[in-house]
Design a binder for this molecule. Structure first.
Ligand code: COA
Length: 257
C-alpha cells in the first residue's frame, strides 16, 4: 500500500511500545528492519516478532546516549542492508516528578536520552542515510507544547526534539532528506502510559483528555509513520504531526474533562 518494500528502517527504542508498533508495520510493508535498544532480552523478543512478519531484522543493543556506540550501530546496519531509507528516533525516558523534587541528575538523564539521543542518532545516521530520499521521524509528544506538571524534564526534552526536527529539515532538505515528527497522544498498552497513568483512575482520566475521548492505538501511530516514510508524503517536511485524538487542542484543560 505504501510502496516501502525493500527499503530499510533503523528504529531506536524499537524493542517495545509505539516504536515497535511502527517497526511491525514497516516489516509488514516489506522493509528491512534494524532495531536498537538497551535491553537485550526485550530486543531479542522484538526481533522474533519482526521476523514473524517475514522481514529481515538486525537487533543492536546500545544506548542512544553513547555517541560512539551509535556510530558503530549504523555501521553494522549498513553492512547488512546498505543505505538507510528511514530513521525513526523513538527512544525515550520519562517518570513523574515535581520540579522541586527532581534532582538535576534526573533532569539531565531525560534530556540526554530524549533530546541528546535524537541528535546522536541522526548525527551518526547521516552518512548512511539515503540522500536524496531519506526520511527522519522523531517521536515527539504533546509535552513539547503542553507544560504538564511533574514532567519538566520531558516537557523540555520534547520541545528540544521538535526544534531538532525543524532544524534538520532546513539543513538537510536541500539534500533531499525529509525531517518529521509524530506527536502521539495517550496510546494504549505502552510503557509510557503505564508510567504516567499507573492506576485505573489515572488511565481513565488520560482516556478522557483528548477531544475524541479515548486512548489511541499503536496501529494508528504506525499508519501515520508508514505514510510519512512513503513517497505519498514526499512534499512534507519540517513539521510535527499530532496523532493525539485532538489532545493538543485542549491541552491541560483536557485533564479536567
Ligand atoms: N522519580 C524521580 N527521579 C527519578 C526517577 C523517579 N521515578 N527515576 C529516575 N530518576 C532520576 C534520579 O535522579 C536518578 O538518579 P539517582 O537515582 O542517582 O538520583 C536519575 O534519574 C537517573 O536514573 P537511572 O534509573 O539511573 O537512569 P537510567 O538511565 O537507568 O534510566 C530513566 C532512565 C530514569 C528515564 C528510566 O525511567 C528509563 O530507563 N526509562 C525508559 C523507558 C521509559 O521511560 N519509557 C517511557 C517513555 S514515555
Amino acid at each position: 500500500m505504501y510502496n516501502l518494500n525493500g527499503r530499510t528502517a533503523f528504529l531506536t527504542g524499537g524493542s517495545s511500545g509505539i516504536t515497535l508498533g511502527i517497526a511491525e508495520k514497516y516489516a509488514k510493508e516489506g522493509m528491512n528492519i534494524v532495531l536498537l535498544a538497551r535491553n537485550e532480552d526485550k530486543l531479542a523478543a522484538a526481533k522474533t516478532i519482526i521476523e514473524g512478519h517475514g522481514a529481515k531484522c538486525v537487533a543492536i543493543p546500545a544506548d542512544v546516549r553513547d555517541a560512539e556506540a551509535m556510530e558503530g550501530a549504523f555501521q553494522i546496519a549498513a553492512s547488512h542492508f546498505g543505505e538507510i531509507n528511514v530513521i525513526v528516533a523513538g527512544a525515550a525516558g520519562n517518570f513523574l516528578a515535581m520540579a522541586k523534587d527532581l534532582k538535576p541528575k534526573g533532569f539531565k538523564t531525560v534530556m540526554d536520552i530524549d533530546a541528546g539521543g535524537v541528535f546522536n542518532t541522526y548525527h551518526a545516521g547521516f552518512q548512511h542515510l539515503a540522500r536524496p530520499g531519506g526520511c527522519l521521524i522523531a517521536i515527539s509528544a504533546p509535552q513539547a507544547t503542553i507544560p504538564y506538571p511533574a514532567q519538566i524534564h520531558a516537557n523540555a526534552a520534547k520541545a528540544a526534539i521538535d526544534q531538532i526536527v525543524r532544524t534538520l529539515a532546513v539543513e538537510w532538505g536541500p539534500l533531499g532528506v525529509r525531517s518529521l515528527g509524530i506527536s502521539p497522544g495517550p496510546i494504549a498498552d505502552t510503557e509510557g502510559m503505564a508510567r504516567l497513568a499507573p492506576t485505573p483512575k489515572a488511565l481513565e482520566q488520560a482516556a478522557r483528555a483528548p477531544v475524541l475521548k479515548r486512548l489511541g492505538t499503536k496501529d494508528e501511530v504506525a499508519d501515520l509513520a508508514a505514510f510519512l516514510a512513503s513517497d505519498h508524503a514526499s512534499y512534507i517536511t519540517g513539521t510535527i504531526i499530532p496523532c493525539d485524538g485532538g489532545l493538543g487542542l485542549v491541552g491541560l484543560a483536557g485533564l479536567g474533562g
